[in-house]
Design a binder for this molecule. Structure first.
Ligand SMILES: [Zn+2]
Length: 105
């Protein structure tokens, strides 16, 4: 019982954005027409795997859903590293927020 793996002191091998909210297109009825609008939701409330974008910069995000009881909670991250660099919610944010260079519309 002396040489167990001590993972606590180790740094995480890979860090990335961990955002818990994103936008997906939701259907609304206006009069008699259906319209789709970007709507902010919790990642954990998303049904299936729709196209999603960042609430802050409109950049495309990748959804991650929790697989294990003690795993990382449901979240999303920017698909593009440059979005993470320029978005205030990004892990690599460098201090000046701007909209994604390739926003999802
Ligand atoms: Zn963003």
């Amino acid at each position: 019982m002396s040489s167990g793996p001590t993972t606590k002191a180790k740094k995480q091998p890979k860090s990335h954005d961990q955002m818990y909210r994103c936008e997906i297109k939701k259907k609304f009825i206006e009069g008699e027409t259906k319209v789709y609008r970007w709507t902010e939701v919790n990642v954990s409330d998303i049904p299936g795997r729709p196209k999603a974008r960042c609430v802050h910069c409109k950049g495309a995000v990748r959804l991650h859903f929790k697989r294990q009881a003690h795993g990382t909670p449901d979240h999303c991250e920017h698909k593009l590293r440059q979005d993470s660099t320029h978005c205030e919610a990004g892990h690599y944010f460098e201090g000046v927020h701007q909209e994604s260079l390739s926003p999802v519309e």
